[in-house]
Design a protein around this ligand. Sequence first.
Ligand SMILES: [Zn+2]
Length: 206
Amino acid sequence: MIIFGTRGVKSTIKSGDFHCPQCQNSRPYRHRKVTKFFTLYFIPLIPLGSAGEYVECGSCKGTFIPRVLENHPEKKEEFMAVYEQAIKHSMVLIMLADGEIDENEMNQVLAIFNKFGNKEIDLAELSDYVKQVEQEKEDVTTYLKKVAGYLNEHGKETVIKCGLSVAAADGHVDDSELEMIIEMGKALDMTALHVKGIINEMHPGS
Ligand SMILES: [Zn+2]
């Protein structure tokens, strides 16, 4: 059996100090580049092009778009960590997937976001965001493929944990929900084993 696939390989382009919007302080950073490789037996062989660049804070591990390096402290809203945007966006897409949104669901998503994120949002902000996302008509895996290159391991794991928490919000995680979580992991260039590890950690025995 021949085992092949793709994998993102990270390298550091530059490092130094920057103003981290999340820590709200001067912190060391690494400017990272992700190159997608074709792998054979898990060995990266052929580069398939760039999968994105991001800036990682050495202290909080938050990831930001590279433009954060030109940042001025007063612009911190615009530079909300990429993983926070990703968890907010993917949870809303999961919530929209079954067509209906009730207030109960909204409150659960809000609680999950405020538990995993560093930035608090309120129900009105989330409602505005849902309207915005509704117009784009994108599915969660298409969206995650786009942002995968901007997330570090910590960010990816947090996205999966939040997805799981939304799936478990009705009291149990069923097979179709688990399948969706594994698909989300795939879109993020995570191995099924890695995703299953997170699922087992959060829901032993599922
Ligand atoms: Zn930071």
